[in-house]
Design a protein around this ligand. Structure first.
Ligand code: DUC
Ligand code: ZN
Ligand code: ZN
Length: 470
């Protein structure tokens, strides 16, 4: 089966040009000059021709930070792998890297196997795993080597959530030493959870239990401090470090400082930290703010976090936009924290909207079209060992391709999204663009506002080591 995508503007991380893209089965076979003999011959012989006139033709999005079915706070993230990956496809994301979870006392191998079992045969798009180490002990450290050999080449550690996922500095440093040796990437949730819990207890004791206190007690300096500590530990261990879901200027400054010294220090941010804020969203009337409880929290609009993050995306101090997709419904899930913000499950769902929301950054003049592709697809592939199979439109790459219509519009709403959530954190936001057609490994998943995929279209991806290191 061959497909030709004709007359579109191919956008890569390094430029844009008019080109026709020939797909043979699941792979990109050629990128052809429109009107050339080769393009004419491809059009004549193709089984199917897709007209991309007026559309951008971009590599499928890669969301390298999702939490399908994450157990958290006595409940589970509400998207299954089936529903969450289908929603991702609707939004132009064709690969996710989800976080398998090992908790304290659990065996790493068994925890990972449980994650494979959840995802197998369920996914609409390709998927890979990072491994959360919530209990770094000798056995877990030993397992890190074998996991790297199996394509799990990155590990998330938490400086927050004492008693749940938290690692102390010794545990972190030991894991970093192993990563320095086997080439893995350490992904860090960098917030000082010990200090946060002190402020949380004090706020609750004063009766300050509304959702906004989740944000007030998770001070941006606690993120800055933890980010710096993670970087210093990584530098001594000789390991690369990737700061996940960076939200605060204080943390970005620490990352920029290390990067200016040429260190293997990287960071991502997420749409919620670019578009939403403490006062209007976390501080929404009544209990509505619970829908915006995530960690790190949304930051105040009265400082310059939001503009600093856009700036960081321009300078590459922020290399990637992921979502930290971790959806919960208001009903019966967020409601667990009706009387105490500390019991609200942490997370916002957004896997469906990342490509649109960051494209809107192009419309707003915050980043270029090329940078949109780079931060949402190409760099995630390079950072996490999927390049050049993913993240690029070039011969030999998987035919994961999105046709994006800059003349279309997208109105984000709970009424139209495909995630398993009874509200949308981005309700009412209008995007001046639209995901038009989505192909995953040459198969059309989204076309004419309809889903054409089948459960299990997506396959597990064994990842290599990062090809992004200096
Ligand atoms: N942050 C969240 O908001 N949810 C899940 C885990 C995390 O680190
Ligand atoms: Zn985290
Ligand atoms: Zn996360």
């Amino acid at each position: 089966m061959t497909t030709l995508i004709q007359n579109g503007t191919v956008v890569t991380a390094t430029g844009r040009h008019e080109a026709d893209v020939l797909i043979d089965s699941i792979t990109i076979a050629a990128v052809l000059q429109p009107g050339s003999d080769a393009a004419a011959s491809a059009a004549g012989g193709a089984d199917r021709v897709i007209d991309a006139t007026g559309k951008y033709v971009v590599p499928g999005g890669i969301d390298c930070h999702t939490h399908m079915e994450l157990p958290f706070g006595g409940t589970f993230a509400s998207d299954t792998f089936e529903i969450g990956t289908r929603a991702a496809a609707w939004g132009g994301t064709t690969t996710i890297i989800d976080f398998a979870v090992q908790k304290t006392g659990e065996n790493v191998r068994e925890s990972l196997d449980a994650w494979f079992a959840k995802a197998e045969g369920e996914c609409a798009i390709d998927y890979a795993f990072h491994m959360i180490l919530g209990g770094v002990d000798d056995a877990a450290l030993k397992e890190m080597d074998s996991l790297v050999g199996e394509g799990i080449t990155s590990f998330k550690l938490f400086m927050a959530y004492p008693g749940v996922f938290y690692s102390d500095d010794a545990q972190i440093f030991r894991a970093m030493q192993v990563a320095a040796n086997n080439g893995a990437m350490i992904c860090m949730h960098a917030e000082n959870g010990i200090a946060i819990d002190v402020l949380g207890e004090q706020a609750a004791a004063r009766g300050q239990t509304d959702p906004i206190f989740h944000g007030i007690t998770r001070h941006p300096r606690f993120e800055g401090e933890a980010t710096n500590r993670a970087i210093q530990l990584a530098l001594v261990a000789g390991a690369p470090v990737y700061i996940v879901h960076l939200s605060a200027s204080e943390a970005l400054e620490r990352v920029a400082e290390a990067r200016n010294q040429g260190r293997n220090v990287f960071a991502e941010t997420c749409p919620q930290y670019l578009y939403l804020n403490l006062e209007d969203h976390l501080g929404a009337p009544g209990f509505a703010g619970a829908g915006y409880v995530c960690s790190p929290p949304l930051r105040t609009k009265h400082e310059h976090h939001h503009s600093d993050l856009w700036q960081g995306l321009r300078t590459n101090d922020l290399a990637i936009v992921s979502t930290d997709h971790c959806p919960f419904c208001m009903k019966e899930q967020k409601e667990l924290g009706l009387d105490d913000f500390r019991a609200i499950p942490n997370g916002i769902g957004g896997v469906e909207h990342r490509m649109d929301l960051i494209y809107q950054g192009v419309v707003m003049g915050e980043i270029t079209l090329e940078r949109w592709v780079e931060t949402c697809s190409t760099t995630p592939a390079r950072m996490f060992g999927l390049y050049p199979q993913k993240g690029v439109i070039a011969p030999g790459a998987d035919a994961d391709i999105v046709l994006y219509d800059p003349k279309g519009t997208t109105d984000i709403s709970v009424d139209t999204h495909h995630m398993s959530m009874d509200y949308s954190a981005y309700e009412g936001i209008r995007i001046d663009g639209k995901v038009d057609t989505v192909l995953s490994k040459g198969k059309v998943l989204i076309e004419n506002d309809a889903y054409h995929g089948t459960k299990g279209d997506g396959a597990y991806l064994r990842r290599g080591l990062s090809s992004y290191l200096i």
